[in-house]
Design a protein around this ligand. Structure first.
Ligand SMILES: [Zn+2]
Length: 316
């Protein structure tokens, strides 16, 4: 699942390429991807809007549109954004010929004027398999297409008036890479919570944007066992955890995000951060600090990775 670094990296790429572009129209291939408003209103409202800004809030990507609207995109498990240059055509013939396959794969995209057989051209090699599973396609007025691809179909896109932004993004805690994320604030947030620290870190109202990968990495950074009761952390442990959260998220962005599974950037490229993780999915591998094999346990139904030696379970 894309977390803060992956969404931030995409936001930065989008900012460099689509500010000022106008959305001619949106094509929606999987109706339930649109969470608000109803599909006919969504299609009518979004047509002709200029993209004026690109932001991130937690794991949400937020596009500021002309006419005081915001478009929020939550990628959930497998959602990605992909920007196609002009000259790509969309083929929706599968919808008629094989509706079952259509519901899984969606349309296909091909570059206009290319003779596939003659040149041995394979579109999937250029843009990976991400060209499949397109749920929403924004046709930009300049001929480019911004695709929202999502194999698992859990991603949601919503269109809201600016003044309802708080409602659209409700329940989000402080941004961990901003000044509002402080040791004092984190201490207060953890004080009332008896749950395992790993689970508490995943609660978006505690810290916006943290997910499974970076929570495991931050706990390793701070040498805290994932099952420690959140309200049992000492002042120095919270300080270290705060530092760890900022550190692993910052590095994640610098490495272009973690592509453990589906995450791809705007050009369909994998991020590099998986080559830099210390514990996430490293079970059985020697700990980089002490050499003891990393272990995997389940905490709150999420797989959790830690070093049993560096992150001892002590309850204080
Ligand atoms: Zn260790």
């Amino acid at each position: 699942m894309p977390e803060l670094p992956e969404v931030e990296y995409t936001a930065r790429q989008l900012r460099d390429h689509i500010i000022g572009a106008t959305i001619g129209e949106a094509l929606v291939f999987w109706q339930r991807t649109i969470g608000h408003p109803d599909l006919p209103d969504f299609l009518a409202e979004i047509a002709g809007r200029r993209i004026e800004g690109v932001r991130r809030r937690g794991k949400f990507l937020v596009l500021d549109l002309s006419g005081d609207l915001i478009l929020t995109i939550h990628r959930r498990m497998t959602g990605n954004l992909l920007l196609l240059p002009p000259g790509w055509e969309v083929d929706t013939s599968l919808q008629q010929s094989d509706p079952i396959a259509w519901n899984i794969k969606g349309p296909s995209f091909m570059e206009q004027g290319r003779d596939d057989k003659e040149k041995g051209y394979d579109a999937s090699r250029t843009y990976n398999s991400e060209l499949l599973y397109c749920r929403v396609c924004y046709n930009l007025a300049d001929g480019r297409r911004l695709l929202f691809t999502d194999p698992r179909k859990f991603g949601r896109i919503e269109l809201w008036p600016c003044e309802r932004e708080l409602e659209a993004l409700e329940g989000l805690g402080p941004e961990p890479l901003s000044d509002e994320f402080t040791v004092e604030g984190l201490t207060r947030a953890l004080a009332g919570r008896k749950g395992a620290i790993k689970q508490v870190l995943l609660a978006q109202e505690v810290i916006a944007g943290l997910g499974n990968i970076y929570a495991d990495e931050a706990l390793f950074y701070a040498s805290i066992h994932p099952l420690r009761r959140a309200n049992s952390l000492t002042r120095s442990e919270i300080e270290l955890l705060h530092k760890g959260i900022v550190s692993v998220l910052t590095l994640g962005i610098e490495h272009g995000g973690t592509s453990f599974s589906e995450y791809r950037d705007l050009w369909g490229e994998a991020g590099d951060n998986y080559n830099h993780v210390r514990v996430y999915h490293q079970q059985g591998q020697p700990c980089v600090r002490c050499g003891i094999p990393i272990e995997r346990i389940i905490v709150g139904q999420r797989s959790t990775h830690f070093c049993p030696n560096c992150q001892k379970l002590i309850q204080v």
